[in-house]
Write a protein that binds this ligand. Structure first.
Ligand code: MMA
Ligand code: CA
Length: 311
């Protein structure tokens, strides 16, 4: 290149020209002068560089202290984390133990519940058994009372029976100065009125004439004592020697005497389907114990006869 190469758009020549032509301005002169002073002062300022070194050391020391503090802080934090970790592990172990004991307790509870259910059912059974036994005791108590009553009734008749032994046939009862036979034995099946009368006559008596209040009360007492409660009311009757066979509604004893005092049940005699024979029935009210029934009906009976006067 003839005129020198371009350098940043300005040729060497023009640069040199610029350098040679342009005299430094007063400002430039001052700048260069100061630059010279600064170089001199840098070489003269050796103590200032040791001061910087000291600052650096201080800075390093502070930095080291900060690092140490951070390290300590981290250590403490790590310790905290580790103890937290340990705490968590302990807690987990504790939780495991609690879970195990909870499972065991649940198992025990299930077994206890089963036992309780068994006990409850046994208790229920025992309760029912107790109720059953209590009922049985009550039944026995009732039965005992009935037996006591019957025994008392029979005992009361002991003197009468003993007396009867002197005056009446075996199996006959002495009362109100007469001998009576109650056809109670199972061997003696129920009979119609006429067949029952035949039985009494065969033994020297007749069907009973209940012609006094005293006789009636003595007889109804025995009829009540001997009452078989498994029989219905109208099957529990005893034929007596009373009929209205001659004239309907005119009741007469076998010796022909007309009925004076009577002990008919309510609504009787009703002659339902031709009922001409009278019977005595067990009743708690002894004044309502008679009924007129068909003479062909089969019932038990009561005989009466004069006692044997020969002692
Ligand atoms: C009824 C009642 C009595 C009668 C009997 C005959 C069940 O009682 O009408 O008066 O004598 O029947 O069986
Ligand atoms: Ca009747």
């Amino acid at each position: 290149m003839e005129d020198g190469e371009d350098f940043g758009g300005v040729s060497d020549r023009s640069y040199n020209k610029l350098v040679s032509q342009e005299e430094p301005t007063p400002e430039e002169q001052e700048f260069f002068a100061n630059q010279g002073k600064q170089k001199v002062s840098m070489s003269l300022m050796r103590p200032e560089s040791s001061c910087n070194h000291y600052q650096r050391l201080t800075f390093l020391a502070v930095f080291a202290i900060i690092l140490l503090a951070v390290d300590i802080g981290l250590g403490v934090h790590y310790n905290k984390l580790t103890s937290g970790q340990r705490f968590l592990t302990d807690m987990n172990n504790e939780l495991d133990k609690l879970q195990t004991s909870y499972n065991a307790a649940t198992q025990r509870k299930t077994e206890a519940n089963k036992l309780l259910a068994k006990e409850t059912s046994e208790q229920q059974l025992a309760k029912w058994e107790l109720e059953h036994q209590s009922r049985k005791i009550k039944d026995y108590a009732k039965l005992t009372d009935e037996i006591r009553l019957q025994t008392a009734g029979l005992k009361a008749h002991m003197p009468m029976i003993k007396e009867g032994c002197r005056h009446c046939l075996p199996g006959w009862t002495f009362m109100c100065s007469r001998c009576y036979f109650f056809a109670l034995s199972d061997d003696l099946l129920n009979r119609p009125w006429h067949a029952a009368r035949q039985f009494c006559m065969k033994h020297g008596g007749d069907l009973a004439a209940v012609d006094t209040r005293e006789k009636h009360l003595a007889m109804i007492e025995l009829v009540n004592i001997y009452h078989d409660s498994s029989r219905s009311f109208y099957q529990s009757g005893f034929w007596i020697g009373l009929r209205d066979v001659e004239q309907e509604g005119t009741w007469k004893w076998l010796d022909g005497k007309r009925l004076a005092g009577s002990y008919w049940n309510d609504g009787e005699p009703n002659n339902q389907g031709n009922e001409d024979c009278a019977a005595m029935y067990p009743r708690s009210n002894p004044f309502k114990s008679w009924n007129d029934a068909s003479c062909t009906h089969a019932l038990k009976w009561v005989c009466e006869m004069t006692p044997n006067t020969a002692s």
